[in-house]
Ligand binder design. Sequence first.
Ligand code: NOJ
Ligand code: CA
Length: 556
Amino acid sequence: MPAEEMNLWYRDAIFYEVHVKSFYDSNNDGTGDFEGLRQKLDYLKTLGVDCIWLLPFYKSPLKDDGYDISDFYSIQPEYGTMEDFQRFLDDAHSIGIRVIADLVLNHVSDQIEWFKEARRDRNSPKRSWFVWSDTDQKYSQARVIFIDSEISNWTWEPVTRQYYWHRFYSSQPDLNYDNPEVREEMKNVMRFWLKKGLDGFRCDAVPYLFEREGTDCENLPETHAYFKDLRKMLDLEFPGTILLAEANQWPTQAKEYFGNEDEFHMCFNFPLMPRIFIALARQSALPIVEIINQTLPIPATCDWGIFLRNHDELTLEMVTDEERDIMYSEYAKIPKMRLNLGIRRRLAPLVDNDRATLELLYALLLSIPGSPILYYGDELGMGDNIYLGDRNGVRTPMQWSYDRNAGFSRADTEQLYSPVITNPNFHYESFNVESESRISSSLLNWVKKMLRTRKKYNTIFGRGNIEFVTHENKKALCYVRKYEGGQILCVFNMSKKHTYVELDLKQYKGYRPVEVITETRFPFIGDLPYFFTLPPHGFFWLRLVAPNEEDGIQDD
Ligand code: NOJ
Ligand code: CA
């Protein structure tokens, strides 16, 4: 395979997001570690994961669960040593799994030496690595992001008597990207980890690097220019590695991070994610159709990262007030389920653990253009705990078995970094890898089967374009994914009731639809509209087999 083609691996990959501390505790101290993650690589391989995304594992006082880094060149001691990290990475590579890591460029911990020096003395060489002001009135158009805990983006530093700038917690001072030393240092951080063999970075909080008066300090041209510079460095020094942008923005601004194929390889599809849930709540396909039309096309070698949930609250910053109200009333009936402008729940609890809805959501995740990103535990239908603070309720230990501590650790239960899920509706004794592996109808086995199916048709789902099929029923979402002569028709019922839809498939006259999960032949497409009946939240994925093509099904 030519190098350029090999380097597009991310377009066909299934990503899996995981926190080292949450996955598996190998030394029984109550916190997961790199050695534990290494021991569980086979699980991820069997599940069908191609690339692991590691949440921040660098040294940190953990005020923001590691997004507050106090040393970019070392590992949080509980998670293991540099050798453990290397062994994990090498073993992942040896079984064909790539690894990308979170990279927090925008801000640091106030415990990092750079900030300690800077805050002590106005003349410190590190002073200009941060953003200072005599007043808290500068950049007043920049919104506060953590609205439940911060009232301003400025915090007073009493010793040197100035305010410092921070877009997140006040314990996370922003770096000053106008300073070339900062820009260079962060490149060195990247080089340090890429040299160890990492396959790229999930870049945190990318819109906020630069500040300019009179703007909202997001998505500034200077910020784009810096990422283009980082991309150049990657292409030159570490070909085949990728940058994935966390830019929670409206579609137009989010798309800009692809640049002209010279910025990010991938961006999370933040515009799409909440609209999938809005579509479900409204029982209408329209929110999904509209947002896909707004977020495509994108440059040829770029891709969206599609996700349903992640380690944060389900963010509702970039939706209308009306859409936010719909989301809260459908999915966050109890105030504790909300955080900032979002909903802090896992996937299965969000949909009351309704199996048909979960299957529909996964079928969307795996067939909408982009690379799917799973959040650890959601393949089991893991529950959450809204009574834990911040976003900790969706970061509880992975559930391996019905043993003590869900098989995550043999530490004393009180010693775990977080309690395991024991709510009767989601108890770890039922929702765990071992139990679910034993029963063929479990969600885990179903997700595995879906990932296998997606992989079988990877070029169509990973590379293909999308064409919506027009019809009269707004509850039905219908599109064809197409790539070099292969095509899969996807039909979804977004409603809670049975429904039917008549599709104009004239252009495929003489083709035979074949259901791809169970490999079942459907009637040939003729002159009449093609008719589907769908159960509540039902769906079909159907290969459209051309008249002169073998359908490859073994007759039974
Ligand atoms: C986005 C991360 O996903 C979130 O967990 C973190 O708190 C903020 N960025 C600040 O780094
Ligand atoms: Ca441990």
